[in-house]
Design a protein around this ligand. Structure first.
Ligand SMILES: CC(C)(COP(=O)(O)OP(=O)(O)OC[C@H]1O[C@@H](n2cnc3c(N)ncnc32)[C@H](O)[C@@H]1OP(=O)(O)O)[C@@H](O)C(=O)NCCC(=O)NCCS
Length: 316
């Protein structure tokens, strides 16, 4: 068994290939000054991350600087600056040529309701262009996103805590679960694309580099996978894709066994039916997010019931 914690979870610098993918993402390169306020919107850079983290901390979000750095390496970001001071953030992540996710939209408390969130959204959406955009909204964010043309398509439950393993109700499954190897990666990307309708290979590559994966295989075919990586105070489990809820529970339970001495977070779809089961395993439901899309549901399809957990509320 590979214990995730024994990896020191490669909180290493993000992959160079991912960094160069970000650099190739065409878009705004210069600062834009919002008149008459004098506040400027500028591309997010690693030098902004300490202050960006202070903004997320003020909202009681758990992201560390390394989490911010990881997300920036995967996509693009913009900051609202008052002089040199970061007073707002936004990030977005391409999934192939036709999709993008968007998140980490934060405006400093004392600057809210002054139009900054709208300006940051407009900047990001202008660069994202005609791509379909998915985001996971807090209650506070929903009015802004609705104003920008986003529609609610799903609900996500945030669970976290110190996991426990009650004997009763232990998940069992005839599909064996094992640690992911390099050879599994292509099948994971293909299964993920099938279930999400999005090409997420670049993101999955970064997630597997930052953490580890479990795969479930039967009859020579991949039936599910679950990744986990360091995040915030401990670890986050996700994405989880599985052919049914029994297998999803087996995958999550295997992670819980491996992470039993750590703080664990998992963001599951409300429709997954996993909420009560997670609470019984010490992972309490601490909040709800709303999945919103601009431009219809992914590929016009209904969301797949086989997508159980997100990579995170930011990355989707
Ligand atoms: C969500 C957030 C980014 C909005 O930023 P903001 O700069 O305050 O938003 P804006 O001033 O640009 O608001 C634009 C419009 O959105 C709507 N809106 C924004 N905040 C609102 C609120 N609290 N209640 C109702 N409508 C709101 C309004 O239509 C507003 O236009 P108006 O002020 O002309 O009526 C900000 O409240 C925030 O940082 N919240 C905490 C972090 C968070 O939850 N982020 C969302 C993550 S998904």
């Amino acid at each position: 068994m590979i214990a995730l914690r024994s990896l020191r979870l490669s909180r290493e610098s993000p992959d160079r290939r991912v960094r160069s993918a970000r650099q190739n993402w065409a878009g705004f390169q210069k600062d834009r000054v919002l008149s008459p306020s004098g506040i400027s919107i500028a591309p997010m850079d690693s030098k902004h991350l300490t202050e960006a983290r202070a903004l997320s901390e003020a909202e009681r979000w758990p992201h560390t600087i390394k989490d911010w750095d990881f997300m920036l390496a995967l996509g693009r970001g913009a900051v609202a600056l008052d002089g040199d001071r970061v007073i707002g953030t936004i990030m977005w992540w391409p999934n192939g040529e036709s999709h993008s996710t968007l998140g980490m939209v934060i405006v400093a408390r004392e600057r809210q309701r002054q139009g900054l969130g709208r300006s940051l959204m407009e900047e990001a959406l202008a660069e994202i262009g005609s791509r379909q955009v998915t985001l996971y909204a807090t209650k506070e964010g929903m009015p802004l996103y609705t104003e920008q043309g986003f529609e609610k398509i799903d609900v996500v439950e945030q669970h976290q805590g110190q996991p426990t393993l009650p004997d009763a109700g232990a998940a069992s499954n005839e599909t064996p679960v094992r640690s992911m190897g390099q050879d599994d990666f292509a099948a994971i990307v293909a299964l993920d694309a099938e279930e999400t309708g999005r090409p997420r290979g670049v993101m999955l590559q970064a997630l597997t580099k930052a953490g580890e994966g479990l795969v479930a295989e039967r009859g020579g075919q991949l039936r599910g996978y679950a990744l986990a990586r360091p995040f915030g105070l401990g670890y986050v489990i996700g994405p989880v894709v599985a052919e049914d809820d029994r297998l999803a529970k087996t995958l999550v339970r295997t992670w819980i066994e491996r992470l039993s001495d750590g703080f664990v977070r998992i963001d599951v779809r409300a429709a997954s039916g996993l909420s009560g089961w997670l609470a019984a395993h010490g992972l309490s439901n601490v909040g709800e997010g709303v999945t919103m899309v601009r431009g219809g549901a992914p590929d016009g399809r209904q969301l797949s019931p086989r997508l159980f957990a997100l990579a995170s509320q930011a990355l989707g």
